[in-house]
Design a protein around this ligand. Sequence first.
Ligand SMILES: *[C@@H]1O[C@H](CO)[C@@H](O)[C@H](O)[C@H]1NC(C)=O
Ligand SMILES: *[C@@H]1O[C@H](CO)[C@@H](O)[C@H](O)[C@H]1NC(C)=O
Length: 458
Amino acid sequence: MSMKVAARALLLPLVLAAILHPAAVVALGDGTPGSGGGGFSLRLVPSPGWNRTIHVDDDGFVHLNEHATSALRPPMHTQVGGMYSVVTSVGTGAGRRTYVLALDMTTNLLWMQCKPVQEPFTQLPPPFEPAKSPSFRRLPGNNAFCLPAPRGHRRTVQDPCKFHSIRLDGSADARGVLSNETLAFAASGQQQTEVTGVVIGCTHNSNGFNFNSHGVLAGVLGLGRQAPSLIWTLGQHRHGAVQVHRFSYCLPNHGSSDHHSFLRFGDDVPHTQHMVSTKIMYMAATAGRDFSAYFVSLTGVSVAGKPLHDIKELFRRHVHGQEWTSGCAFDAGTPTMVMIMPAYNKLKDAVVRHLKPLGLQIVSGQYHLCFRATSQLWQHLPTVMLQFAETEARLVLPPQRLFVAVGHDICLAVVRSYDITIIGAMQQVDKRFVYDVRNGRIYFAPENACHADAGHQI
Ligand SMILES: *[C@@H]1O[C@H](CO)[C@@H](O)[C@H](O)[C@H]1NC(C)=O
Ligand SMILES: *[C@@H]1O[C@H](CO)[C@@H](O)[C@H](O)[C@H]1NC(C)=O
């Protein structure tokens, strides 16, 4: 049995152990000592079910399992491949449970199934029971976070405080009632940190999440920057000793020998040398879920060193009619790159032009652009570079970060979109990202072995 297989076999039991023994405190042997503002980390794990759809070869390329992916109905490419999830404990007393939640940095609400659930999706452990958690409080119906009342009505304190959370790409949504609850995370120095006053959405009804849950996930952790997201909450109050404006992650390749790492907050964010940074856009826009994502100014793309022309405007967020549209955001909750159509076409043309001397056969496949694989092709796949507003902020994407193997084909793992560009998880692997939400900047630097972020635990 190779290392890879052994590691894969280890992973789910590890996740399940965390779920089934909620009392076990996650010890962070390597927590970087902080300057006193407080810090803690959530375990970041590949989403359950990923091993049915992908594996990573020794060459570092992601291979999609053709049968698993073509069996998806409807085929939703953005959902195929490496998703990452976060492990967190919710509630207090007899109600405390540990759940795995899908990470989504484009929305601003943590939601999960709560009993009673109409048409539940399967999850592990069973859905949260508010009645058993003494810290659970429903928000009053006139709270600012509730959905606005229908025309001609006014919500009163007694009304349920409703929410409707929709993914930026529209692939899943959930409805329910907002409440106030306590979460618990591992802190550096081996204790659990409790964070009170976190707004969570209790859903009794959701759409499109069944497939994503893989029988394990309980909901979504929305880590967008706007209220009432977790990072917003942490920045507002002093939750015990913790007041936090920064978070960080380093996504390990799914094929590396230790798959999990940490979503680190505050003082748990390690010091990393030589980071470059770019501005988070629309920091002044304080309302509207559409601005919760981490938009950046992507100003250039080059393929094998050649810049694509007239591309900057295509990534700009702008008003179209009454609505804001387009723009480019970072999201570790989107498996692979999504690109607005006109920009995608330029990228595709440049890739085809670069590979043309090899006389390759273009085939239809899982993605829009696929080639029949040859040994020559593997060696000639181009490196793509993303250039951000500031001169030194560049994200270099070696072929392993942008191309996937699907059966006998090699595909450009970029999904076409009518309205958005997202730099997804696959492009962020093996890099340290730090989001400084207070100062409105994203920092990043290569980090060779993100799996080393797992510290000493197993
Ligand atoms: C994926 O993981 C599950 C849970 O550990 C395991 O039962 C299953 O056999 C794995 N599938 C593959 C293809 O490795
Ligand atoms: C949630 O509860 C905490 C503590 O009880 C309180 O300070 C906070 O204002 C509440 N949050 C909301 C949104 O009502």
